[in-house]
Design a protein around this ligand. Sequence first.
Ligand SMILES: Nc1nc2c(c(=O)[nH]1)N[C@H]1C(S)=C(S)[C@@H](COP(=O)(O)OP(=O)(O)OC[C@H]3O[C@@H](n4cnc5c(=O)[nH]c(N)nc54)[C@H](O)[C@@H]3O)O[C@H]1N2
Ligand SMILES: Nc1nc2c(c(=O)[nH]1)N[C@H]1C(S)=C(S)[C@@H](COP(=O)(O)OP(=O)(O)OC[C@H]3O[C@@H](n4cnc5c(=O)[nH]c(N)nc54)[C@H](O)[C@@H]3O)O[C@H]1N2
Ligand code: SF4
Ligand SMILES: [Mo]
Length: 741
Amino acid sequence: MPEQTHYATCTICEATCGIAVETSSREILRVRGDEDHVLSRGHVCPKAIGMKELQEDPDRLRTPLRRTASGDYEAIGWDEAYALVTERLGAIREARGNDAVALYRGNPCIHDFSTLLGVQVLNRALGTKNVFSAGPVDTWPRYVQSGSMYGGPLRATVPDVDRTDYLLMLGANPLVSNGSLMTAPGIRDRMAAIQARGGKIVVVDPRRSETAARADEHLFIEPGGDAAFLLALIHVVFEEGRLDLGSCAGLVNGLDELEAHVARYSPERVAASCGIDAATMRRIAREVCEAPSAAIYGRMGTCVQRFGTLASWAIDLLALVTGNLDRPGGSMFPNPAAPLHPLFEAEGPVEFGRYQSRAGGRDEVLGEFPLTALVEEIETAGEGQVRGLVTIACNPARTMANSARLERALDSLEFMVSIDYYRNETTRYADLILPTTAPLERPQYDLALNHFAVHNVAVWSPAVLEPEATMLDGWTIQLELAKRLMGLGALANEQVETIVLQQFADLARGQSRFADTLTIEELVERSRPAPGPVAILDALIRLGPHGDGFGREPKGLTLERIAEHPHGLDLGALEPMLPGHLATASGKIEATPPRITSDLPRLDAWLAGAPSNELVLINRRDVRSMNSWLHNLPALAKGRDRCVLLLHPEDAANREIESGDKVRIRSNVGEIEATAQLTTDMKPGVVSLPHGFGHHGSGIALQVAGRKPGANVNAITDDEAFDEPSGASMLFGGSVEVSRL
Ligand SMILES: Nc1nc2c(c(=O)[nH]1)N[C@H]1C(S)=C(S)[C@@H](COP(=O)(O)OP(=O)(O)OC[C@H]3O[C@@H](n4cnc5c(=O)[nH]c(N)nc54)[C@H](O)[C@@H]3O)O[C@H]1N2
Ligand SMILES: Nc1nc2c(c(=O)[nH]1)N[C@H]1C(S)=C(S)[C@@H](COP(=O)(O)OP(=O)(O)OC[C@H]3O[C@@H](n4cnc5c(=O)[nH]c(N)nc54)[C@H](O)[C@@H]3O)O[C@H]1N2
Ligand code: SF4
Ligand SMILES: [Mo]
């Protein structure tokens, strides 16, 4: 019998499902969907059990772990651990400058607000130009596009799935991924609802994915063809005199230039390269125009491909020119209670390429460099060479392109410290691993993901369990490191936290409607009893669009008021946000940002190129894993081998491959082996392998994952291939050779 039921948030993926966790003292008896949750209404996926299994995993680290000279590991105390970091990173910084220490933060940072806020603090303390994240293997093209068109990277549109009559979805498989840059738990039901109300779903993907299988229409596209395909649809809109800006009329700069650009991309010109015939493109264009409302959505397949930024741009342009931008049922802007826009817009509309990396001259994007620069900075000797590294919740040895090159670079560092709770493919290179609290041991508020929610909500989830005695949260660890690195070790945490609170509040106040009447002094004075991440969150909420302005709007939100709703607070359906939401210098939507349009010649060159006979590799996700890091959980790891290469029977026949055969997959950077599975769900000429596997090698302490290691797809992705405007890696669409072993 459960003694208690706790309502919490599943922090594994972007869907942010509400879960009910039944416990008896510290034992977790059951995790189920929270039927009353404002956003997920009881939905969970098989990974929800991971919240329990993560808590119980014996391989999850519970104390700092130091690598000894002999290559073994020993548990040490926190004080000793902090002292080691301060000494070793301090020495590198003293000898070589701040840039000699790099910082890399990974995906789980966005799923834990304490770590997310802590990174801001550590980042400042390190004061290094060499900041990296998983963004360039994920969202960067979308952020560069949103930043360029609307003024801020997080001012991105999401499809209003709950009201749309027509959903055009490209390069996304939410039935498996549960949505990304689209927080929409229970997407299967939301899609079924579109169809039930007479709407239509069209999926564009080189693979007939799980999502495509449920759509009304699926178009096989050539990998990388999305930008050309979408520009051709826009071409038809102009050509047939169907331009309709809807409520965006008068808000757009560069419309004539746009018309001139798209004039070059007729369906007839791009059809062969895209692998979709011109008549179909013309029909889809008309359908989008004629639908009562239409939303256009793209994700990994339109980002980490050859033309990620152009494709992301064309996605929003198609909504814009058909009157579907910022209208119910179209592509809309969420209105989160604690907006993070000021983090990127402190100096005005976001700009890219403000400075360059030392070794490769790569453009800065959002205060970071593309991932190739990390390896270059480590490999290239000279002043400012990176010799120390801090990683936080990331596994680039499996998630970054050309991972073997990265691993060699990691191995050559003088000192590496990882904030992570597993000893895995990346952290095995660390001299020190610092574990954080497990997901059920910490409270959660979806600070980042609310920017992409298809319905405005605010949810505070208290921690389910008290942290184990040796465990600290992401904020505490990073604050302590920051303090010591800045030589502030003698100050009380509260003093430093007050300074940090002031800095955050100062940023947020800049965009707050309460800016004129609220002083920072008053704000700090009236903040929650103790400063720290919860107080920062509270201040962001109170200064935000729904906030109480510290009493100035008595009915407005505070964190306390949100917390009164254990199943979350409903802030309503998405509402039109323009023009107020635009943060561009012109105050208008920039339809033709130069950083993006200057990439069109590269698209032209691709369209002019001869079709290749080589196989092209794309990736996919599996419903039971999360990137590289859930494979150690028994309930999720069981069952068939999921790391199989999908290929079309025609491609297999040419190579004498049958289902179940072991095959070698080779690219210009490496080769791997996997089992082949033949399926007509693949576009001929395209093969698909999941990402995140490859749990073999020495020094890895993942007992369960090690039994079914799978192949590491990033051993064969090319780190020198990228999307130019954003610097994002081209993970999908590289050429490979496949042969039977
Ligand atoms: N179960 C599970 N869920 C996850 C994750 C996970 O690892 N496992 N990871 C999470 C993360 S971090 C993210 S970012 C999201 C990603 O969420 P999604 O983007 O929805 O997931 P992917 O499986 O990467 O889907 C990409 C799709 O693009 C297709 N594709 C490949 N190349 C092209 C192309 O050139 N054009 C087009 N149109 N399509 C192309 C692929 O066939 C695939 O179906 O998933 C999140 N959710
Ligand atoms: N070829 C190819 N490569 C890809 C992708 C692809 O589709 N194909 N997808 C890309 C995408 S979308 C993403 S987001 C990236 C992900 O790239 P990463 O962020 O580098 O990888 P993850 O697998 O998410 O690794 C998460 C790490 O964080 C640790 N961790 C988990 N939870 C916590 C926590 O709460 N605190 C701390 N401190 N650590 C934690 C885990 O132990 C693990 O080491 O991979 C990218 N790489
Ligand atoms: S879809 Fe699954 S993994 Fe994602 S938040 Fe919901 S239960 Fe967790
Ligand atoms: Mo991601």
